[in-house]
Every structure is written in structure tokens, then in C-alpha cells.
Design a protein around this ligand. Structure first.
Ligand code: ADP
Ligand code: GLC
Length: 493
């Protein structure tokens, strides 16, 4: 089957978070199963292409005020996946993908509407797929356009759409005026389509118009149908419950494993863990910690700084956590509020929290390898990749039992020697502190700690199984489309 992936970021071309990891790896896993996969991304300033070649010279996108123009550049193909980039320097040749620390770019609706529309037009020249597989609000207009503006277009008659939710917290909310500006029909501005508390909601459009909706863990697929996690769209999702499912993300072990890691100072494996001590020393040095005893446990954090990630809980209990024997190494960037919070904690407890405010892939790898534990106290977490990476590195996850964190981490039980990490459920500082203390205590018994490490290292979250699950959904959507097409033809006769 020919699948066109449409997304706003993908490794190795662009990345701000886990979406890019998924978009970088899943197409390859699908291609390995025999699918034909094309991946469409915007061409950003940070997109580095070895040998770019223009394959579509000019696509005209009508906006209300004036026409916009885009071209399509190919990045060639690798592992059976073809890469295409929508090139429109006016919109994408900028410092960042979505905005600056001061906020989102004010023309994001136009930027990603142009992107979605240009993808549809490009496929008419480069090959219309059987299915479009879209991801998050930035590509949400693809299913909307297909069933409205392009509804009568014979090129797309049988094409199906699958939409994957990576995060309900980002919906693409814009003022109503964007509809006429983007030449979208006004009747989309109703509660049953894209209207959302007086605004236009791109994500809601995709949830309304896609043939099938997936999200990135089983637990999150249930959570988002409740008011606590649905961000106001729980009703829309409940209405579509029969076509909503959770497929856990896989991870790319070529990039993320202690045997293969290109960024770490030493390699190690479950059979020979000795290299991990060198990685620990290396990460402490990288964070300027020179006087720590090698036996002191290191707790790592690598994250976007956003309310989703639950770091306010750390601030609540840091004074008590600071009494424990441990050191936290924190790499992250994002919301000013959390950058400042960590800077404050770092100043107050300089021997307990080491901080780098940065986006740095090499350091991210070094933390996965060098830390003893990895902390993710997320308020919500659709899947979460870092805890899965951590398992492979024998870096024991301490997580809140939500979304994919709950689905991937099994609680450690010292008596049976089973389990892979530490979990807490209640969203409170107390619960977090208890879980961390539990982990620190377990760390003191190094013999059983190594059992725990190896339990995690032996887990296999590679993409193959999840790619097969997507394959089944693709078949279902093809069937749905085929059936509805046949029915439509019967009605016509
Ligand atoms: P999310 O997509 O919500 O940010 P995930 O756990 O799914 O969370 O994925 C985060 C990805 O982004 C991981 O690959 C992680 O290593 C990377 N990442 C996050 N913050 C940073 C950072 N400050 N520097 C380098 N990599 C980061
Ligand atoms: C999102 C989520 C994260 C998930 C990632 C990839 O950004 O916050 O939990 O792992 O997408 O699906």
C-alpha cells in the first residue's frame, strides 16, 4: 500500500520533540513490511539536505488576500522511504519551527494550511497515495481539505485518512477570520466541525474528518476520552470511540542503545555493564560536577520544559529531596517559567541539581547512558520516549502512572525480582517524593539493582510490532473506503 506521511517534524531533518523521532522511524518500519511510504515535511532553515533536487517547480495556493507559491524538493530516499519537502521560504526559512520564546508565530495557521494544501497538490504530481497518515494539528487540515474543498476531486476519490494524536495539549486554535483567509468554507465554523469556544480548532477538524484516529499508547487513548485529559475535545473523541485506538510508539534502537550510541564515551551491554560507570563520570563532568562520589546516584531529566511534564512537583519537594544522597542532572528548554524554576533550584541547591538550559542531542544521549535513574513526573504523557530509551540504557525510570508511562513501566518488586521501574499515581509532590525515595533505597542494594537494570534492558520496544498494528488499521481504512465507495455507487445506480 502507498502511504503518505504528513507531519511538521521528523528526524534527521527537523525536531523539537518525540513526534520527530516517531516520524523518523515509523515510515522506515512500514517500508520494511513492504509498504510504499512517502514522507512530506516542511523545509525549514534547520532542514539539512545533502543533495536537494526540485521535483515540483511551483504550486499555487490561493489565499483570500493573495496567492502563495511553494515548490517541492526531494531529499532522495532511504530504507525504502521517499522524502519530500514543501519549500516556501516566506513561511519556513525562520529561526525556529513553530515560534520563539516570546510565543508562537502569528501566521502559523497560514504556514501549516499552506503546507497541508501543498502536500495534496504535490501528490497529484508525485503520486496520490492510498492513504494519508497525518500527525498533530499542523497537518490536521489534510483530512479537512480532502472532505471539503477537494471532495469532488477525482484524484482523491478513494483516498483514506488516518490521524495520529501525539498530544491533545496542542490544537492549533485561531480566530474565525482564518477560515475565509485560507479559503475554507464558512460552514466549517459549527460546533460539529471546527468551531471551539468561538475559535477555529484545526485538531478538532481532523478528529471530525479523518477516517480513523490513533494515539500513541493504549492508556492515553482512554484518557483523552475523559474531561481530565481531553482538553475540551473528549466529547468529540467519545463520539468517534469506535474509530479511536492506541498504538504504542516504538523506538529506534540504532539511535538509542548503549551498544550503538554515537555520542557516549563508552559502550556497554547487559552482559558487561562496566562502560556505564565511565558514562556516569562523563555526564557529571559535562555538567561541571567534579567532586561527586561515584556511588552517589544520578537522576537524569531530558525534556521540553512545559507544564505537561510535571516539574512543578519537583519544586514542591526539592527541600526534602535535597536531604537525600543523590544528584539530579537536568537538560531542557522551553517555557520560561520552568527555565527560571530550575535555575532557582540550581542556585538554592547547587550540589543537588545541575542544570543545562539547552536543546542538545549529544547531552541527551549522554544523560540516558550516564544517569542511574531517569525522572518523568508528567501530568500527562501520550507515550513518552525517554523512559523507553532509559530502559535500554539500564537507567531506571521513575514515572507518574499516566499515558504511555503507565503502559511501558512495570513497578519493581524486590522480592520477586520483577519489574522495570518506579511509579506513582497521585499528581502530588508527596507521591513523587515517595517514589524517588523508594528508588534511592533500592539503589543501595546493588546486586538486586542490577537485576532491575537488566529487566529494563531486556525489554524490546522496537517498531516492528507497532508498525504491524498500523498496517492493520490501514487495511481497515481501505476497506471502509472501498465499502463506502461501493455503497455510494449502488446509490447512484
Ligand atoms: P515530547 O515529545 O513530549 O517532548 P518524548 O519523550 O516523546 O516527549 O520525546 C522527547 C524527545 O525529544 C526525546 O528524543 C528527547 O531526547 C528529546 N529532547 C527533549 N528535550 C531535549 C533537549 N533539551 N535536548 C535534546 N533532546 C531533547
Ligand atoms: C508528543 C508527546 C509524547 C510522545 C510524542 C511522540 O510530543 O508529548 O508523549 O511520545 O509526542 O508520539
Amino acid at each position: 500500500m502507498h502511504i503518505a506521511f504528513v507531519a511538521s517534524e521528523g528526524v534527521p531533518f527537523s525536531k523539537t520533540g518525540g513526534l520527530a523521532d516517531v516520524v523518523g522511524a515509523l515510515p522506515r518500519a512500514l517500508a520494511a513490511l513492504g509498504h510504499q511510504v512517502s514522507l512530506y515535511l516542511p523545509r525549514y532553515r534547520q532542514t539539512k539536505l545533502a543533495d536537494p533536487a526540485t521535483v515540483v517547480r511551483s504550486i499555487t495556493i490561493p489565499f483570500d488576500d493573495k496567492y502563495r507559491f511553494a515548490s517541492v524538493v526531494t531529499g532522495g530516499s532511504q530504507f525504502g522511504v521517499r522524502f519530500y519537502f514543501i519549500d516556501c521560504p516566506e513561511y519556513f526559512d525562520r529561526d525556529a519551527l513553530y515560534g520563539t520564546p516570546a510565543g508562537d508565530y502569528p501566521d502559523n495557521a497560514e504556514r501549516f494550511a499552506l503546507f497541508s494544501r501543498a502536500v495534496l497538490e504535490a501528490t497529484k504530481i508525485l503520486g496520490v497515495p492510498h492513504l494519508f497518515h497525518c500527525h498533530d494539528w499542523q497537518s490536521a487540515l489534510v483530512p479537512v481539505l480532502l472532505r471539503t474543498v477537494y471532495a469532488e476531486d477525482p484524484a482523491f476519490r478513494d483516498v483514506g485518512t488516518i490521524f495520529t494524536i501525539h498530544n491533545m495539549g496542542y490544537q492549533g486554535l485561531f480566530p474565525p477570520e482564518v477560515l475565509p483567509l485560507l479559503t475554507l468554507p464558512w460552514d466549517l465554523f459549527t460546533m460539529s466541525k471546527m468551531e471551539f469556544f468561538g475559535q477555529v480548532n484545526f485538531l478538532k477538524g481532523a478528529l471530525t474528518y479523518s477516517d480513523f484516529i490513533t494515539t500513541v499508547s493504549r492508556k492515553y487513548s482512554q484518557e483523552i476520552q475523559t474531561a481530565e485529559y481531553g482538553f475540551g475535545l473528549e466529547g468529540v473523541l467519545r463520539d468517534r470511540a469506535a474509530t479511536v485506538t492506541g498504538i504504542l510508539n516504538g523506538v529506534d534502537y540504532d539511535e538509542w542503545s548503549p551498544q550503538a550510541d554515537k555520542f557516549t564515551t563508552a559502550k556497554y551491554s547487559p552482559q558487561d555493564l562496566s562502560g556505564k560507570a565511565k558514562c556516569k563520570q562523563d555526564i557529571l563532568t559535562a555538567f561541571g560536577v567534579t567532586n561527586a562520589d561515584a556511588k552517589v546516584p544520578v537522576i537524569g531529566i531530558v525534556s521540553r520544559f512545559a507544564a505537561q511534564k510535571g516539574f512543578d512537583l519537583i519544586a514542591q519537594i526539592m527541600d526534602r529531596l535535597a536531604r537525600e544522597e543523590m544528584i539530579m542532572v537536568v537538560l531542557g528548554s522551553g517555557d520560561k517559567q520552568f527555565e527560571e524554576m530550575f535555575a532557582r533550584l540550581n542556585k538554592q541547591f547547587p550540589n543537588k541539581i545541575a542544570l543545562k538550559v539547552a536543546y542538545d542531542n549529544a547531552i541527551a544521549h549522554k544523560i540516558e547512558a550516564g544517569a542511574d535513574m531517569f525522572l518523568m513526573p508528567s501530568k500527562y504523557e501520550p507515550c513518552g520516549l525517554n523512559q523507553i530509551y532509559s530502559l535500554k540504557y539500564g537507567t531506571v525510570p521513575i514515572v507518574r502512572a499516566t499515558g504511555g508511562l503507565d503502559d511501558t513501566i512495570e513497578p519493581w518488586d524486590a522480592r520477586s525480582g520483577k519489574g522495570t521501574g518506579f511509579k506513582f499515581t497521585e499528581y502530588t509532590g508527596e507521591a513523587l517524593l515517595l517514589a524517588v525515595k523508594h528508588a534511592l533505597q533500592a539503589f543501595r542494594d546493588q546486586t538486586s539493582w542490577q537485576v532491575l537494570m537488566r529487566n529494563g534492558m531486556s525489554k524490546d520496544f522496537s517498531w516492528n510490532a507497532s508498525a504491524r498494528e498500523y498496517g492493520k488499521i490501514y487495511d481497515r481504512v481501505r476497506q471502509m473506503r472501498g465499502v463506502s465507495q461501493a455503497t455510494a455507487e449502488k446509490v447512484l445506480v
